[in-house]
Each structure stands twice: as C-alpha cells, then as structure tokens.
Design a protein around this ligand. Structure first.
Ligand code: FES
Ligand SMILES: [Fe+2]
Length: 382
C-alpha cells in the first residue's frame, strides 16, 4: 500500500516508563482518515502552499479551474519542494528546471530541452483531495480506503438554520495525544481562571464505542459580575446550571455547550512533537426580541463573530502555552510515571493507541476486519 513509509513505531530510548498514557505519547495518527490540509481561503487560484503530515512534506495547490489538489511536496528531479514552484493551468511547476506535474502527480512536461529523449516517466504521490466546510481535506493513507471513507459531518453548518461560524488554526509544539487530552479533558479549566464562565465542573458520563468517545460534563456558572449575561447564553433555562457535551470520533473532536456554542476541532499531526488544529467555532443564532422566535439573520451574527476572536485567541494561547510545557516536561522527565485520576483520559489514550495499532496491522495484512470496515464506512457526525 502507499504510505507504508509512515509505518514506524515511535520509541523513546531514554524511557522505560510503562502505562497507557505513555504508549499514547509514542504513536502516530492513523492516516486512513480525511485530514485537514489548509483552510480554503489560504489557497487562492494559481497558489501553492506547504504543510506536513507526520513528517511527510505536502504541497496544496489550486488550479485555474478553482479545483484544489494535494501532492507530495517533492520534485522527482532533485527533490526540492514543489511548493517553491508555481501553478500553470491545472499543473504544478517546479521552481528549478520546470518539471511539471498534473493533479495525478504525473510528470507531463519540463521547461528545458528534451535532449532528443522521451519525457522521463516520473511521478510524485497524489493524495485524494476534497473541499468542504471551508477546509481542504486529504487522505494520507491507502487511497483505496479514501473511496469508502465519508467526510466528517458538521451539523448546523449550512442551511437556513445554520449557525454563525468562525474558523482559525493554531500549531502547538506538542504530541497529538496531548492536544486531544487538552481539548477533551476539562479537569484543566483551572488554567483559564476567570476567562472561563464555569465553576464546579464534573464529568457526569463517558462512553467508548468503536472509534467514538462521548463525554458529558456538567458545570455551575460562576457568580460574578458577568453572571447576568452568562446565564442567558450558557445557563440551562436561564439558570446557573450548564453542560458541555463532547465527542471524540477519531480523529475529530467537538464540544457543544448548552446546545448553543459549538467547537469542532480537526487535528493535523505535523510530526512527533507538533500538532496543528483547524478549529471551527459555531454559535447558535440569537432570537430577535419580540419577534415570535425569529432568528437573527446569519449575516448579522456573522459580522459579530469576529468580535469573539481576541477572546478565543487568548483562551487558546493559555492552552497552547500549557500543552507545550507538558511536551517539554514529558521529554525532560522521561522516567517518571504519569498518574491519571480522570477515567475518561484512559479512553482517549486507549483509542489513540488502538487506532495506530489498527493501522500497523492494516499495513501488514492489507485488510480491515468486518468491524473496522463498518467503522471506516460510518459517517462521523460531530
Ligand atoms: S528540481 Fe525540480 S525540476 Fe529540477
Ligand atoms: Fe483549555
């Protein structure tokens, strides 16, 4: 299968640290899923950008016809990055000698004389590519599985009852298992101090079924000067109780607070110690006062959303600093155990390790079990 160069076990020779958390810190992400390569707006017509998946260099370009394509970011000639090149019609042209690749990654021309020879039969890897939700998705694993793997479904994104949305990405110098832990494990809310409206958060329920974990958190709203406002947005029936329902449907995460504010998070493992997250925040549209429940037009809400950006950015800065510190600490104290009081954390770690083992097994057998096949074909509704 293609991509078998991704099959490598991460081992940390310095440590003999046992335990599930440690195992989760040592594995890659299963490439047999759709991953975000870039936001649509980052790749304009005739533009090419670069990114990485698990240490592999990736080029993302958009042709004259508006269609995007993800290719291996390596010219077959001298192996320099194709992202330094340019887009010509629907092809990607290398900066150096102009070797030109079509969407399938085949060499279709050069910018130099042919020395009386046929065009070399050279190609670079072309990844199955899709575009939806303002995100360019690619499938870094076996392309045959891409054909049967549906894209993730984000509710309330489109349509007349669609919520307002705001998207942004961030890259943290941390392993993906630390990032998913930060996104799902609210025992860390302490980090955010008064930036978060909740107090007395507790985990009411958690389940693991197939590739999917659900977590149900309950909170009280902090009784401070903001309470009159926060209870209107986050309070259940305008009271002081609130909740957050989370899904980690590998490899995608979402959190919905009080059925009003939704955060969808898509990880791109850049390498063993860097993870990029494409985040799509959604807010339910507010009702127009005295209008018999009519919703504020989406365009109006959409204009208000950027006002939230500085707040969201600060909260994610707090998370980012902390998670990067965890990565530093993990490498520094390689021999120390990692005690874990939250039982749900074992579930994320179990899933992370299992999905990597599934991938290794698939690399050897080229087959999915019946159960794995059903999971592969299931639509993941966040
Ligand atoms: S290195 Fe790309 S054309 Fe020569
Ligand atoms: Fe946080």
């Amino acid at each position: 299968m293609q991509g078998s160069n991704l099959v490598r076990l991460r081992t940390n020779e310095k440590t003999a640290r046992p335990g599930l958390t440690h195992k989760a810190r040592q594995v890659g992400m299963n490439p047999n899923h759709w991953y975000p390569a870039a936001f649509s707006h980052e790749v304009k017509r005739k533009q090419v950008i670069e990114t990485r998946f698990s240490g592999e260099d990736i080029a993302v370009f958009r042709g004259d016809d508006g269609l995007v394509q993800v290719l291996e970011n390596r010219c077959a000639h001298r192996h320099i990055k194709l992202s330094h090149g340019s887009v010509e019609n629907c092809n990607l042209v290398c900066l150096y000698h102009g070797w030109t690749y079509n969407r399938s990654g085949e060499l279709v021309g050069t910018k130099h004389e042919d020395f009386g020879k046929k065009l070399p039969s050279a190609r670079v890897r072309s990844y199955p590519t899709r575009e939806h939700y303002g995100i360019i998705w690619f499938f870094p694993g076996d392309p045959e599985l891409a054909a049967i793997t549906p894209l993730v479904e984000i509710p309330k994104f489109e349509g007349s009852d669609g919520w307002a949305s705001l998207s942004f990405a961030y890259t943290w110098a941390a392993h993906h298992s630390m990032v998913i832990d930060n996104l799902c494990n609210l025992t860390h809310l302490w980090v955010h101090g008064r930036w978060i409206v909740y107090s007395d958060t507790f985990l009411a329920d958690h389940t693991l079924e197939g590739d999917k974990i659900t977590l149900s958190w309950r909170h009280q709203l902090r009784r401070d000067y903001q309470y009159p406002l926060t209870r209107r947005v986050f309070g259940k029936n305008g009271g002081s109780e609130s909740d957050t329902f989370m899904i980690y449907d590998y490899p995608y995460q979402s959190a919905v607070s009080n059925n009003r504010v939704r955060s969808n998070n898509f990880m791109l493992p850049i390498d063993d110690t860097h993870t990029k997250v494409f985040s799509l925040q959604q807010w339910k549209r507010a009702k127009i006062p005295f209008s018999e429940g009519r919703l504020l037009p989406r365009g109006v809400m959409q204009m208000v959303m950027p006002l939230l950006r500085p707040y969201v950015k600060e909260v994610f800065r707090q998370d980012g600093f902390t998670v990067e510190q965890e990565q530093v600490a993990y490498q520094r104290y390689a021999d120390k155990p990692i005690p874990e009081p939250n039982p749900a954390v074992n579930r994320f770690n179990q899933l992370t390790v299992q999905k990597w083992n599934d991938y290794l097994e698939y690399g050897q057998t080229g087959k999915l079990t019946e159960e794995q096949m059903a999971e592969q074909m299931r639509v993941k509704h966040l």
